[in-house]
Design a protein around this ligand. Structure first.
Ligand code: NAD
Ligand code: MG
Length: 384
């Protein structure tokens, strides 16, 4: 029996992880954590009977405690609670399906406790990859990708030596605004940006897909997961989202993983690796996909992607600035306080304003995050 803890259990990846638990034998949920959705958390607890549950706010935790007073489940709250369940003794794999940099501390705590990580929370690796990857190696724990592209790369590498890999082709759907030019996307509203053509995901990552910042974060995520240089990572727009990414070898062979767009496959693969389990799901019918197409990304219109390469190549604290500026700008956009193109504009301004720290420790990363949030807030209030 593999015992798992799911951080972000009420979200898109979290609920799909629990579907996998429902469908497959051999997984036991021992801890769940979420932000504020008390009613869904209660349902999940009654179904999966974990020993621990965490709600982000103390208020939500209190409410949850009352609702499940009849059960023997320990309820915790806040960052302390997240770190406590991530470090507890009695489990094997941490599923990080939380959104944003909030995932850094619990992920580090779990690695220190020797737990394998099924990683969906890319923001953690983007900002703290230089701490997490060496720590994971030292502790002998595996970081298993859940992000569909990275799972595809992982599957296509299949343990082959890094030296034999020449390039990664990271596929991108292009999002809802693919093919549009700057003037056409300037006035896009929240509703337009939330209409992803192929994937149903949380709100933040859906906006990130529309700006192509998601692909930028994924470039940095790939760099850390697979220890390749930025020159070896090529983004290719593939609107059908059937080829989930590809690995090119030194002899020119290209190995890809294909499938219908469904996050349950990468989640399941990460949880059972190196095993493959049968899965009830629509299978790929090549007769229905006679037109798989590939395009160069338009980094002029979708500047967020170009800025990610810049932040990644600069390294140090710059990826944190890129990520934190984006997190803040996306939440302002979702609150209708700024426009769509303000997102990359603000990332660029924050990066330009930042004084680089070349090898930031955890405190410096979190401080850079706060300084970046403040910078964006000041920028917005000045422009009002
Ligand atoms: P989501 O918004 O649907 O869910 C986020 C979850 O995190 C929710 O359960 C929420 O309650 C919880 N959460 C948020 N803030 C919290 C806090 N402070 N404390 C505790 N819990 C908190 O997001 P999602 O789409 O599931 O994405 C989760 C992560 O997975 C992101 O990093 C995203 O980039 C990545 N990812 C998602 C997909 C996808 O298909 N949804 C695909 C690849 C990668
Ligand atoms: Mg992805």
């Amino acid at each position: 029996m593999k015992r798992i803890v799911v951080l972000g259990s009420t979200g898109s990846i979290g609920t799909q992880t629990l579907e996998v638990v429902r469908e497959q034998e051999g997984l036991k949920v021992v801890g769940l954590a979420a932000g504020s959705n008390v009613s869904l958390m209660e349902k999940q607890i009654r179904e999966f009977m974990p020993s621990f549950a965490v709600m982000w706010s103390e208020e939500a935790a209190k409410e949850l405690k009352l609702k499940i007073a009849d059960l023997d489940v320990k309820v915790l709250s806040g960052m302390e609670g997240l770190v406590e369940i991530a470090s507890m003794e009695a489990y094997d794999v941490l599923v990080t399906a939380i959104v944003g940099m909030i995932g850094i501390r619990p992920t580090i705590a779990a690695i220190k406790a020797g737990k394998d990580i099924a990683l969906a929370n890319k923001e953690t690796l983007v900002t703290a990859g230089h701490i997490i990857m060496p720590l994971a190696a030292e502790k002998g724990v595996s970081i298993l990708p859940v992000d569909s592209e990275h799972s595809a790369i992982f599957q296509s590498m299949n343990g082959d030596a890094k030296e034999r890999i020449s390039r990664i082709w990271l596929t991108a759907s292009g999002g809802p605004f693919r093919g549009k030019k700057t003037e056409e996307i300037r006035d896009m509203r929240v509703e337009d940006a939330l209409k992803h053509p192929n994937w149903s995901m949380g709100r933040k990552i859906t906006i990130d897909s529309a700006t192509m910042v998601n692909k930028g974060l994924e470039v940095m995520e790939a760099k850390w997961l697979f220890d390749v240089s930025f020159d070896q990572i090529q983004v290719v727009v593939h609107p059908q989202s059937i080829v989930h990414s590809m690995v090119e070898y030194v002899d020119g062979a290209v190995i890809a993983q294909l499938g219908v767009p469904d996050m349950k496959l990468p989640i399941q693969y990460a949880l059972f690796y190196p095993d493959r389990r049968p899965m009830e799901q629509e299978k790929l019918d090549f007769f229905k996909h006679s037109n798989l197409t590939f395009e160069k990304p338009d980094t002029e219109t979708f500047e967020g992607l170009a800025l990610a390469y810049e932040a990644g190549r600069t390294g140090g604290s710059m990826p944190t600035v890129y990520n934190a500026a984006n997190e803040k700008a996306v939440s302002l956009f979702l609150n209708r306080e700024i426009g769509f193109l303000d997102i990359p504009r603000m990332i660029k301004a924050a990066m330009g304003n930042h004084k680089l720290i070349s090898n930031p420790d955890l405190e410096q990363i979190l401080q850079t995050e706060n300084e970046t949030y403040d910078f964006i807030e000041r920028m917005v209030s000045k422009e009002k």
